[in-house]
Design a protein around this ligand. Structure first.
Ligand code: ZN
Length: 180
């Protein structure tokens, strides 16, 4: 049975460490951690979660994008576990858009990211996958990858004026969508 995990909050040193590679993808402990992360990210209305956010300094994250109360306009994507992920290519173009983080609750920031990336990762079945992402999913990948490097989105802001509180952001987004 999967368990709901505690989410580390900004200030905890685990969020600032470089996470270590997973050597044995078939290890049952790795699989039970992944099951727990899947439950935890869904319960928290996240669109992604990285192992350091649940106090495990391992190179694993999950992308599970879907519309939810924290991200009303997120695209739908089957939850995908990525082990030992790498960014193997990136577009020169960057764009700024809003991000939040389960370890920094209540805050949103306008973060510059590469628009498109080529990545590789090992799946929970132990297969190496190479693929490309653009837009929101590319953004989530870069955000989660940063967690494995001990980086949070606040580190990437161009200005502290690009920070807003989630409550105001939700109002802003609702207005933007009703105009569009
Ligand atoms: Zn985060």
């Amino acid at each position: 049975m999967a368990r709901l995990l505690q989410i580390a909050q900004l200030g905890h040193p685990v969020l600032r460490k470089r996470a270590t590679d997973v050597e044995d993808v078939q290890n049952p402990q790795v699989h039970s951690l992944i099951d727990d992360m899947l439950l935890t990210v869904s319960d928290a209305n996240g669109v992604g979660i990285a192992a350091p956010q649940v106090y495990e300094s391992k190179r694993i994250f999950i992308i599970s994008s879907r519309p939810n109360p924290r991200y009303p306009y997120a695209p739908e994507m089957e939850p995908t576990t990525m082990i030992n992920p790498e960014i193997i290519g990136k577009s020169l173009d960057t764009e700024k858009d809003w991000e939040g983080c389960l370890t920094i609750p209540g805050v949103r920031g306008l973060v510059p990211r590469h628009k498109a990336i080529a990545v590789s990762y090992v799946s929970d079945q132990g297969e190496t996958v190479e693929t490309k992402y653009s837009g929101f999913i590319a953004r989530v990948f870069q955000h989660e990858f940063d967690h494995l490097e001990g980086i949070v989105f606040l580190d990437r802001l161009e200005s502290t004026k690009d920070i807003v509180m989630e409550k105001e952001w939700l109002k802003m987004i609702a207005q933007r969508e009703s105009v569009a």
